[in-house]
Design a protein around this ligand. Structure first.
Ligand code: AVJ
Length: 322
Protein backbone atom coordinates (compact mmCIF):
# COMPACT_ATOMS: atom_id res chain seq x y z
CA UNK A 1 0.00 0.00 0.00
CA UNK A 2 1.17 3.57 -0.47
CA UNK A 3 1.52 5.56 2.70
CA UNK A 4 -1.39 7.87 3.57
CA UNK A 5 -0.57 11.60 3.42
CA UNK A 6 1.12 12.79 6.61
CA UNK A 7 -1.14 14.17 9.28
CA UNK A 8 0.24 17.50 10.52
CA UNK A 9 -0.38 18.29 14.19
CA UNK A 10 2.67 20.49 14.22
CA UNK A 11 3.67 23.03 11.59
CA UNK A 12 6.96 24.69 10.78
CA UNK A 13 5.75 27.82 12.62
CA UNK A 14 5.06 25.83 15.80
CA UNK A 15 8.48 24.26 15.63
CA UNK A 16 10.16 27.60 15.04
CA UNK A 17 8.27 29.10 17.98
CA UNK A 18 9.25 26.17 20.21
CA UNK A 19 12.90 26.57 19.20
CA UNK A 20 12.83 30.29 19.98
CA UNK A 21 11.22 29.73 23.37
CA UNK A 22 13.68 26.98 24.26
CA UNK A 23 16.77 28.89 23.20
CA UNK A 24 15.62 32.00 25.01
CA UNK A 25 15.07 30.20 28.31
CA UNK A 26 18.12 27.97 28.02
CA UNK A 27 20.61 30.72 27.20
CA UNK A 28 19.15 33.03 29.85
CA UNK A 29 19.41 30.38 32.56
CA UNK A 30 22.33 29.69 34.89
CA UNK A 31 23.79 27.19 34.14
CA UNK A 32 22.96 27.53 30.47
CA UNK A 33 21.28 24.66 28.58
CA UNK A 34 19.80 23.74 25.21
CA UNK A 35 17.33 20.92 24.57
CA UNK A 36 18.66 17.79 22.78
CA UNK A 37 15.53 17.94 20.62
CA UNK A 38 17.31 20.47 18.40
CA UNK A 39 20.25 18.26 17.42
CA UNK A 40 18.26 16.52 14.73
CA UNK A 41 18.24 18.60 11.57
CA UNK A 42 19.32 16.74 8.42
CA UNK A 43 23.01 16.94 9.35
CA UNK A 44 22.37 16.04 13.00
CA UNK A 45 20.24 13.04 12.03
CA UNK A 46 23.00 11.88 9.67
CA UNK A 47 25.61 12.29 12.44
CA UNK A 48 23.40 10.31 14.83
CA UNK A 49 23.20 7.51 12.24
CA UNK A 50 27.01 7.49 12.16
CA UNK A 51 27.12 7.37 15.98
CA UNK A 52 25.02 4.19 15.98
CA UNK A 53 27.77 2.47 14.00
CA UNK A 54 30.72 3.58 16.13
CA UNK A 55 32.64 0.84 17.97
CA UNK A 56 32.16 2.69 21.30
CA UNK A 57 28.39 3.28 20.91
CA UNK A 58 26.89 -0.05 21.99
CA UNK A 59 23.16 0.84 22.71
CA UNK A 60 21.87 0.43 19.15
CA UNK A 61 23.53 -2.95 18.68
CA UNK A 62 22.53 -4.14 22.14
CA UNK A 63 18.87 -3.18 21.63
CA UNK A 64 18.87 -4.78 18.18
CA UNK A 65 20.18 -7.98 19.76
CA UNK A 66 17.28 -7.99 22.24
CA UNK A 67 14.67 -7.33 19.57
CA UNK A 68 16.11 -9.97 17.26
CA UNK A 69 15.84 -12.52 20.05
CA UNK A 70 12.37 -11.48 21.26
CA UNK A 71 10.38 -10.01 18.35
CA UNK A 72 8.49 -13.32 18.13
CA UNK A 73 7.61 -13.12 21.83
CA UNK A 74 6.50 -9.51 21.42
CA UNK A 75 4.17 -10.56 18.59
CA UNK A 76 2.72 -13.59 20.37
CA UNK A 77 2.20 -11.72 23.66
CA UNK A 78 0.69 -8.51 22.24
CA UNK A 79 -0.93 -9.66 18.97
CA UNK A 80 -1.09 -5.94 18.20
CA UNK A 81 -2.93 -4.66 15.11
CA UNK A 82 -1.49 -1.16 15.21
CA UNK A 83 2.12 -0.25 15.94
CA UNK A 84 2.73 3.37 16.96
CA UNK A 85 6.32 4.56 17.06
CA UNK A 86 7.38 7.64 19.02
CA UNK A 87 10.32 9.24 17.22
CA UNK A 88 10.53 8.31 13.58
CA UNK A 89 10.72 4.68 12.62
CA UNK A 90 12.04 2.90 9.61
CA UNK A 91 15.01 1.49 11.46
CA UNK A 92 16.11 -2.11 11.46
CA UNK A 93 14.80 -2.34 15.04
CA UNK A 94 11.31 -1.16 14.06
CA UNK A 95 11.21 -3.64 11.22
CA UNK A 96 12.06 -6.53 13.53
CA UNK A 97 8.85 -5.86 15.46
CA UNK A 98 6.73 -5.11 12.39
CA UNK A 99 7.88 -8.26 10.62
CA UNK A 100 7.12 -10.48 13.60
CA UNK A 101 3.59 -9.05 13.86
CA UNK A 102 3.10 -9.25 10.11
CA UNK A 103 4.26 -12.89 10.07
CA UNK A 104 1.84 -13.63 12.90
CA UNK A 105 -0.95 -12.21 10.73
CA UNK A 106 -1.85 -9.46 13.22
CA UNK A 107 -0.43 -6.24 11.83
CA UNK A 108 -2.83 -3.81 10.11
CA UNK A 109 -1.36 -0.35 10.63
CA UNK A 110 1.87 1.46 11.40
CA UNK A 111 1.76 5.00 12.81
CA UNK A 112 5.15 6.70 13.15
CA UNK A 113 5.08 10.02 15.00
CA UNK A 114 7.93 12.50 14.65
CA UNK A 115 8.61 16.24 14.69
CA UNK A 116 10.46 16.00 11.38
CA UNK A 117 8.14 15.81 8.35
CA UNK A 118 11.11 14.95 6.12
CA UNK A 119 12.23 12.00 8.25
CA UNK A 120 8.64 10.84 8.56
CA UNK A 121 7.84 10.99 4.85
CA UNK A 122 10.88 8.87 4.14
CA UNK A 123 10.17 6.23 6.78
CA UNK A 124 6.44 6.06 5.97
CA UNK A 125 7.25 5.54 2.31
CA UNK A 126 9.87 2.87 2.98
CA UNK A 127 7.67 0.90 5.38
CA UNK A 128 4.63 1.14 3.08
CA UNK A 129 6.71 -0.24 0.20
CA UNK A 130 8.06 -3.16 2.21
CA UNK A 131 4.85 -4.11 4.08
CA UNK A 132 2.17 -4.12 1.37
CA UNK A 133 -0.56 -5.33 3.72
CA UNK A 134 0.02 -2.56 6.25
CA UNK A 135 -1.67 0.86 6.36
CA UNK A 136 0.93 3.54 7.12
CA UNK A 137 -0.16 6.85 8.65
CA UNK A 138 2.69 9.18 9.59
CA UNK A 139 1.93 11.92 12.10
CA UNK A 140 3.99 15.11 12.31
CA UNK A 141 3.83 15.83 15.99
CA UNK A 142 5.65 16.12 19.28
CA UNK A 143 5.27 13.12 21.56
CA UNK A 144 5.32 15.39 24.58
CA UNK A 145 2.18 17.17 23.25
CA UNK A 146 0.23 15.11 20.72
CA UNK A 147 -0.26 11.69 22.22
CA UNK A 148 -4.01 12.06 22.42
CA UNK A 149 -4.24 12.27 18.60
CA UNK A 150 -2.82 8.81 18.06
CA UNK A 151 -5.40 6.90 16.03
CA UNK A 152 -6.57 3.34 16.43
CA UNK A 153 -7.42 2.08 19.81
CA UNK A 154 -7.95 -1.26 21.41
CA UNK A 155 -5.07 -3.26 20.02
CA UNK A 156 -2.08 -0.96 19.89
CA UNK A 157 1.59 -1.43 20.69
CA UNK A 158 3.57 1.79 21.24
CA UNK A 159 7.31 1.61 20.55
CA UNK A 160 9.61 4.00 22.37
CA UNK A 161 13.02 2.64 21.48
CA UNK A 162 16.66 3.60 21.44
CA UNK A 163 16.84 4.81 25.01
CA UNK A 164 15.34 8.15 23.93
CA UNK A 165 13.26 8.17 27.12
CA UNK A 166 16.60 8.76 28.86
CA UNK A 167 16.89 12.19 27.24
CA UNK A 168 13.90 13.36 29.26
CA UNK A 169 14.40 14.68 32.78
CA UNK A 170 12.68 12.62 35.50
CA UNK A 171 9.66 14.96 35.66
CA UNK A 172 9.28 15.03 31.88
CA UNK A 173 9.59 11.26 31.87
CA UNK A 174 6.78 10.67 34.32
CA UNK A 175 4.65 13.20 32.40
CA UNK A 176 5.25 11.30 29.19
CA UNK A 177 4.59 7.85 30.64
CA UNK A 178 1.53 9.08 32.51
CA UNK A 179 0.26 10.85 29.39
CA UNK A 180 0.79 7.76 27.32
CA UNK A 181 -1.00 5.59 29.86
CA UNK A 182 -3.92 8.03 29.82
CA UNK A 183 -4.42 7.74 26.05
CA UNK A 184 -4.08 3.96 25.95
CA UNK A 185 -6.92 1.61 26.69
CA UNK A 186 -6.47 -1.03 29.36
CA UNK A 187 -4.68 -4.01 27.86
CA UNK A 188 -2.74 -2.03 25.22
CA UNK A 189 1.07 -2.22 25.15
CA UNK A 190 4.26 -0.21 25.47
CA UNK A 191 7.68 -1.47 24.36
CA UNK A 192 10.30 0.70 26.05
CA UNK A 193 14.06 0.64 25.44
CA UNK A 194 16.36 1.80 28.24
CA UNK A 195 20.13 1.89 28.40
CA UNK A 196 21.39 0.41 31.67
CA UNK A 197 23.78 1.64 34.37
CA UNK A 198 27.25 0.19 33.87
CA UNK A 199 30.92 0.93 34.39
CA UNK A 200 31.61 4.58 33.45
CA UNK A 201 34.66 3.28 31.59
CA UNK A 202 32.18 1.80 29.08
CA UNK A 203 29.59 4.56 29.30
CA UNK A 204 31.70 7.66 28.80
CA UNK A 205 33.47 6.56 25.57
CA UNK A 206 30.03 5.84 24.05
CA UNK A 207 29.46 9.62 24.32
CA UNK A 208 33.05 10.67 23.58
CA UNK A 209 34.23 8.53 20.70
CA UNK A 210 37.78 8.52 19.37
CA UNK A 211 36.72 9.61 15.87
CA UNK A 212 35.00 12.74 17.21
CA UNK A 213 31.61 12.05 15.63
CA UNK A 214 29.73 12.68 18.90
CA UNK A 215 31.64 15.94 19.36
CA UNK A 216 30.50 17.05 15.92
CA UNK A 217 26.92 15.94 16.70
CA UNK A 218 27.01 17.92 19.95
CA UNK A 219 28.27 21.11 18.26
CA UNK A 220 25.57 20.72 15.60
CA UNK A 221 23.02 22.24 17.95
CA UNK A 222 24.97 25.51 17.71
CA UNK A 223 24.84 25.35 13.92
CA UNK A 224 21.06 24.89 14.14
CA UNK A 225 20.73 27.97 16.35
CA UNK A 226 22.97 29.96 14.01
CA UNK A 227 20.99 28.98 10.92
CA UNK A 228 17.46 29.19 12.35
CA UNK A 229 17.87 32.23 14.60
CA UNK A 230 20.71 34.10 12.92
CA UNK A 231 23.08 33.37 15.82
CA UNK A 232 26.81 33.93 15.62
CA UNK A 233 28.12 31.06 17.77
CA UNK A 234 31.75 30.32 16.91
CA UNK A 235 31.00 26.60 16.76
CA UNK A 236 34.62 25.42 16.83
CA UNK A 237 35.33 27.49 19.95
CA UNK A 238 33.25 25.04 22.03
CA UNK A 239 34.81 21.87 23.35
CA UNK A 240 32.77 18.64 23.54
CA UNK A 241 32.49 17.29 27.10
CA UNK A 242 30.85 14.01 28.16
CA UNK A 243 30.75 13.14 31.84
CA UNK A 244 29.08 10.59 34.09
CA UNK A 245 26.93 12.08 36.83
CA UNK A 246 27.08 9.23 39.36
CA UNK A 247 24.46 10.74 41.65
CA UNK A 248 21.79 11.16 38.96
CA UNK A 249 23.01 8.15 36.99
CA UNK A 250 23.06 10.00 33.70
CA UNK A 251 25.58 11.04 31.08
CA UNK A 252 25.80 14.79 30.55
CA UNK A 253 26.90 16.22 27.26
CA UNK A 254 28.13 19.77 27.45
CA UNK A 255 29.77 22.34 25.23
CA UNK A 256 32.57 24.20 27.02
CA UNK A 257 33.50 27.70 25.94
CA UNK A 258 37.24 27.76 25.21
CA UNK A 259 37.43 31.55 25.77
CA UNK A 260 35.27 34.49 26.83
CA UNK A 261 32.59 34.98 24.21
CA UNK A 262 29.64 37.19 23.43
CA UNK A 263 27.02 35.52 21.24
CA UNK A 264 24.25 37.45 19.50
CA UNK A 265 20.94 35.81 18.67
CA UNK A 266 19.19 38.45 16.54
CA UNK A 267 15.88 36.58 16.14
CA UNK A 268 15.53 36.70 19.94
CA UNK A 269 17.15 40.08 20.40
CA UNK A 270 19.33 38.23 22.89
CA UNK A 271 22.97 38.50 23.89
CA UNK A 272 24.51 35.52 25.70
CA UNK A 273 27.86 35.92 27.44
CA UNK A 274 30.12 32.95 28.07
CA UNK A 275 33.12 33.01 30.37
CA UNK A 276 36.13 30.90 29.38
CA UNK A 277 35.50 27.37 30.72
CA UNK A 278 31.74 27.91 31.09
CA UNK A 279 29.56 24.91 30.12
CA UNK A 280 26.37 24.79 28.11
CA UNK A 281 24.39 21.59 28.96
CA UNK A 282 23.07 20.06 25.74
CA UNK A 283 21.86 16.60 26.75
CA UNK A 284 21.35 14.22 29.60
CA UNK A 285 21.13 10.53 28.77
CA UNK A 286 19.82 8.65 31.78
CA UNK A 287 20.87 5.10 32.48
CA UNK A 288 18.45 2.77 34.24
CA UNK A 289 18.17 -0.27 36.47
CA UNK A 290 15.44 -2.85 36.17
CA UNK A 291 13.88 -1.90 39.53
CA UNK A 292 13.75 1.78 38.62
CA UNK A 293 12.09 1.09 35.26
CA UNK A 294 9.51 -1.18 36.90
CA UNK A 295 8.84 1.46 39.58
CA UNK A 296 8.42 4.29 37.07
CA UNK A 297 6.16 2.18 34.85
CA UNK A 298 4.03 1.17 37.82
CA UNK A 299 3.80 4.78 39.01
CA UNK A 300 2.39 5.66 35.57
CA UNK A 301 -0.15 2.83 35.62
CA UNK A 302 1.71 0.28 33.49
CA UNK A 303 2.36 -3.31 34.52
CA UNK A 304 5.76 -4.67 33.49
CA UNK A 305 5.03 -8.03 31.81
CA UNK A 306 8.44 -8.84 30.30
CA UNK A 307 11.99 -7.57 30.78
CA UNK A 308 14.74 -8.60 28.38
CA UNK A 309 18.41 -7.61 28.12
CA UNK A 310 21.21 -8.37 25.69
CA UNK A 311 23.77 -11.03 26.60
CA UNK A 312 26.02 -8.49 28.32
CA UNK A 313 23.18 -6.77 30.25
CA UNK A 314 23.98 -3.44 28.64
CA UNK A 315 20.46 -2.53 27.49
CA UNK A 316 16.96 -3.36 28.78
CA UNK A 317 13.72 -3.71 26.83
CA UNK A 318 10.46 -3.63 28.79
CA UNK A 319 7.14 -4.88 27.53
CA UNK A 320 4.51 -3.21 29.68
CA UNK A 321 0.72 -3.26 29.62
CA UNK A 322 -1.73 -0.48 30.30
C1 AVJ B 1 19.10 8.89 20.54
C2 AVJ B 1 18.68 9.44 22.75
C3 AVJ B 1 19.36 7.27 22.25
O1 AVJ B 1 21.09 9.38 24.44
O2 AVJ B 1 22.26 7.75 23.63
C4 AVJ B 1 23.86 9.64 21.16
C5 AVJ B 1 21.42 10.34 21.64
N1 AVJ B 1 23.55 11.47 22.21
N2 AVJ B 1 25.06 10.17 21.44
C6 AVJ B 1 21.49 8.69 23.49
C7 AVJ B 1 22.91 10.48 21.66
C8 AVJ B 1 24.87 11.29 22.07
C9 AVJ B 1 20.99 8.99 22.06
N3 AVJ B 1 19.54 8.67 21.90
Amino acid sequence: MTAAPLKHLLHDDDLAAALRADVRSGLSDDPKWLSPKWFYDARGSELFEQITELPEYYPTRAEREVLTAHAGDIASVTRAKTVVELGSGASVKTRLVLSALDDAGCLEAFVPLDVSAAALAESAHAIAADYPRVRVQGIVGDFTRHLSSIPGGGERLVLFLGGTVGNLLPDERSQLLGGLRAVLEPGEWLLLGTDLVKDPARLVPAYDDAAGVTADFNRNVLRVVNRELGGDFDVEAFEHVALWNAEREWIEMRLRASRDMTVQIPALDLTARFAAGEDLLTEVSSKFRRDGVARELAASGFALRHWWTDGQSRFGVSLAQA
